[in-house]
Design a protein around this ligand. Structure first.
Ligand code: SAM
Length: 163
């Protein structure tokens, strides 16, 4: 099993504060073909399998308008991660680095992000390609691809002044 409680050479774990999840509301659940971390891709691929994002009520109405985007950013909570590593030794990499220089799922706040290809949206279900999370992973948020998103209002004088 990858990254359960093992410590690899060079890694450093700390006495992490008791995790409190900052009042996040999980807005759905992600259904993928992977229930085994060994088989789950390290990063999603746009030609990967179709995965189903189930959006819970009352949030399905929040999907209105998303279908116009080809790419969508998915934010999810890597709920089965350890959260106490400050230095990590990526598998097969031969180096040890700080957690914030890695995209490892083991991090103090285990947020994962993927830019995925939108396949379809039907009622409260979003089908996408490009995910890399385990089946049942909690959904935090969906956002249009930032490159394709046009802000509703142009910048105005004062927007960038320090308050
Ligand atoms: N694409 C995201 C990112 O860059 O933020 C996540 C990358 S992370 C390297 C992906 C790995 O996290 C998977 O290969 C799997 O080992 C692990 N993983 C996936 N879902 C998880 C979950 N729900 N809890 C803990 N680990 C998970």
């Amino acid at each position: 099993m990858v990254r359960l409680n093992e410590i690899r050479p060079g890694e450093v774990a700390v006495e992490a504060p008791e995790p409190r999840d900052a009042g996040l509301v999980f807005v759905g659940r992600i259904h993928t073909p992977w229930s085994d971390r060994m088989l789950c891709p390290r990063q999603g691929r746009l030609d990967g399998p179709v995965c189903r994002i189930e959006v819970f009520e009352p949030w399905a109405a929040a999907l209105d308008g998303l279908a116009q985007y080809e790419k969508v950013e998915v934010l999810y909570w890597l709920d089965r991660s350890r959260r106490d590593l400050v230095r990590q030794s990526p598998k097969n990499d031969g180096t040890t680095r700080g957690t914030f220089s890695l995209r490892s799922p083991a991090r103090p706040n285990p947020i994962g992000t993927s830019l995925v290809a939108l396949v379809s949206i039907e009622r409260n279900e979003v089908l996408v390609r490009g995910l890399d999370c385990l089946d049942g992973t909690p959904l935090i948020d969906l956002k249009p691809d930032r490159c394709a998103f046009t802000p509703l209002a142009p910048p105005q004088q004062g927007d960038f002044e320090r308050g």
